[in-house]
Design a binder for this molecule. Structure first.
Ligand SMILES: [Zn+2]
Length: 166
């Protein structure tokens, strides 16, 4: 499986993915596209008030990479607010460590399901029950949607090392 960049960890997906200026029909509002990991960077640095080192460790990226993400994110948000554009939060290049990956033994279909939702009852592709966890470890430590493990010694988890965990 090709992975252009190493997994940027995002704890949770935003509840609202689309903001637009009031009173203007959507089709007449230009959009700014904010990647999910850019929103996560804003959440960590500006909402939680983490230092960039901490925020970078939480997202499993180097500080330099985090700096680029947050800079781009802030520029987009500023652009949307200042020039009256809509903001859509979509896509990006990240992975959610709280997602579990399953693989079907029968049809080789693989899919992801968030932690805390219980084990899927069947393969979404062939509807059989012969599937198993593909990501193996980490199954026991799924929280219920909030993976805010502070002071967890993630500092040594440098960019580039995490793709070797499989
Ligand atoms: Zn299947």
């Amino acid at each position: 499986m090709a992975r252009p960049r190493c997994c940027r960890h995002v704890d949770e997906l935003p509840a609202v993915r689309h903001f637009k200026p009031q009173g203007i029909p959507l089709h007449r509002v230009p959009e700014v596209l904010l990647a999910v990991e850019e929103l996560e960077a804003i959440r960590l640095a500006d909402l939680e008030g983490l230092y960039q080192e901490e925020a970078a460790a939480r997202m499993n990226v180097s500080r330099a990479t985090f700096g680029r993400i947050i800079e781009s994110a802030r520029r987009k948000v500023a652009e949307a607010i200042v020039t009256g554009k809509a903001l859509r939060i979509e896509g990006g290049d990240f992975e959610m460590p709280n997602m579990r990956t399953f693989v079907c033994t029968d049809c080789q279909h693989s899919w992801q399901s968030p932690c805390g939702t219980g084990r899927p009852s069947e393969c979404p592709s062939c509807h059989k029950q012969n599937f198993h966890r593909a990501d193996g470890e980490g199954g026991g430590q799924c929280g219920h949607g909030h993976g805010h493990a502070h002071g967890h010694g993630h500092g040594q988890h440098q960019h580039g090392s995490c793709c070797g965990r499989r």
